[in-house]
Design a protein around this ligand. Sequence first.
Ligand code: FUB
Length: 333
Amino acid sequence: MPNFRALFIVFLFVSIAIPSLAQKPASSNGKKSGNPVFPGWYADPEGVIFGKKYWIYPTYSAPYEKQIFFDAFSSPDLVTWTKHSRILDSAAVKWAKKAMWAPAIVEKDGKYYLFFGANDIHDDKKEVGGIGVAVADNPAGPFRDYLGKPLVGQIHNGAQPIDQYAFKDKDGQYYLLYGGWGHCNIARLKDDFTGFLPFPDGTTFREITPKNYVEGPTMFVRNGKYYFMWSEGGWTGPNYSVAYAVSNSPFGPFERAGKILQQDPAVATGAGHHSVIQVPGKDEWYIVYHRRPLTETDGNHRETCIDRLYFDEKGAIKPVKITVAGVDAQPLN
Ligand code: FUB
């Protein structure tokens, strides 16, 4: 005769306890970030960690004439985000008039350096603009213009002077990777970020463009290898996406390994222009990117999202599953 009471208790445990354990990692208390991680049209997000906080510095995604400031967002755990309004305003950069795009930030010797594109120049003989740098004593600003002129104000190797990323190499040397219009340059930054140091061959801007590259470069090191990532396709359309290459050097050669971020017809379109966050001391990685809700077709209607980035046992980046739920809470210790 079966023991119905015991069977009922086992049934209760399996149907209630096990699923809830599976959904709620111990560290998260069940909280998820949700995607987007904060409201508003924000694109090209640069995700970084300063101290015990995550920060995101995005483009304010609006018509070019309205892109005259940057907001930033901070979080202790990837779930709760605080908005810091107008950390840099064109009022503080006399040469920047519009199209302030794609911030990148580093902390060096107690100062915060924010690199940004401005003015969307197409003819460097007639227009002022390109990549600028601003500085502040605090990651929330206020940032002020550092040079009084663009850091990169000319077009080199056919690269549109936008979408910069300040990469710190293993030996402490900083490089600026940047470029739109299908060209990516790398240049060696001076120690004080006031300009560039030429390479031994006398050139200053070295092209490292991989196949299918369009814009939005970023770079990180994992297990000694240089991971170079970029965006492909057109940013106003659904096919915008992210691909990557791995090399033993920040100068390449970079052989395209494949696409790892793209639209999902069940979730969103135009997923691209990203950055990568590693939780310090852990092999735990996040991709911070923008995408367009399924209901939207306006090019500027882009939202900032976070999902997990995983590697396989050989170090290849696995295709990212873009989600509506976002990521679990991950407080920084
Ligand atoms: O947000 C303006 C531009 O859109 C960025 O500079 C490009 O990378 C694209 O995301």
